[in-house]
Design a protein around this ligand. Structure first.
Ligand SMILES: Nc1ncnc2c1ncn2[C@@H]1O[C@H](COP(=O)(O)OP(=O)(O)OP(=O)(O)O)[C@@H](O)[C@H]1O
Ligand SMILES: [Mg+2]
Length: 251
């Protein structure tokens, strides 16, 4: 199962990716987290790794070399590969949890992130998962990844929606963009502080034809852990993510 986590900037994509990945570990699954966000680099810390993995893009000689290969049909020579084929240099690994990062924008004027987009798409398309493996893909904010076809190989698109007009607008846009893709799309309500807020968002999403798979409360534990760069795998938001994963695995 390949699951992408997308939505507005700051809505909680990386938090939800982390919570779901940690919950998946308790289901005895091998969990691969794919960091497909070329801007933010803190996911490794949220997952409890000391250092980020070497970007997968380096396997192809870095961004410049990758850019040269972009006109070719494929940038990766393999037709398909498994998690075990990913060289350990490009993986952070702890027990059954693994993190791979496609590539990051590091310098001023280094150009657009299109090469990373091409690699993310091909990586996800060619990645073959066994029954006991699950992949969570932390997407860049907004909708550009749909334009680049990165979600093509994804089984489930999870849309993180926080209580804001902008977040709802992006959710609506994503729903529209996925309508021609025959994709299962579910919203997760995040940072919910009251039943009233949850009902309001539920109604808003209903009118947009977006199904909700779960609700994650505003949790001070998450807020503090994010502020201090600490790991979080407990509390009410973690518990809510467990229910969401159960629902996903039951589909
Ligand atoms: N359920 C929650 N309870 C409390 N705070 C939360 C919750 N979810 C997210 N946050 C807060 O929102 C902030 C942004 O979350 P996160 O980094 O996951 O967003 P993002 O969508 O990945 O952002 P970006 O688009 O920049 O990658 C966190 O630093 C944290 O303070
Ligand atoms: Mg993020």
């Amino acid at each position: 199962m390949k699951i992408s986590i997308c939505g507005k900037g700051g809505s909680g994509k990386s938090v939800l990716t982390t919570l779901l990945a940690n919950q998946a570990l308790s289901h005895a699954l091998q969990v691969l987290v794919v960091d497909s966000d070329e801007s933010n680099s803190g996911l490794f810390r949220m997952l409890g790794f000391k250092e980020p993995p070497v970007p997968f893009m380096e396997l192809l000689g870095g961004k410049r070399k990758l850019k040269e290969k972009m006109s070719q049909k494929n940038v990766l020579k393999e037709d398909q590969f498994s998690i075990k084929d990913i060289p350990s240099r490009y993986l952070d690994k702890r027990d059954n949890l693994m993190l791979v990062s496609i590539g990051k924008i590091l310098q001023a004027f280094e150009g657009c992130a299109c090469p990373m987009g091409v690699l993310s798409r091909e990586f996800l398309k060619k990645l073959r998962l066994n029954k006991n493996e699950i992949a969570f893909v932390d997407m860049e904010a907004g909708v550009e990844h749909f334009g680049r076809g990165i979600d093509e190989a994804i089984d489930y698109v999870l849309l993180v929606v926080e209580p804001s007009f902008e977040s709802l607008s992006i959710a609506e846009k994503i729903k529209g963009l996925t309508s021609g893709m025959d994709k299962a799309v579910y919203a997760i309500l995040n940072k919910i502080d009251s039943e009233k807020t949850a009902h309001r968002l539920e109604n808003e999403l209903k009118t947009r034809g977006i199904e909700i798979i779960g609700t994650v409360p505003m949790d001070p534990l998450i807020f503090e852990a994010c502020l201090e760069g600490r790991v979080f795998a407990e509390g009410k938001a973690f518990h809510a993510a467990g229910k969401i994963l159960d629902s996903l695995l039951a589909i």
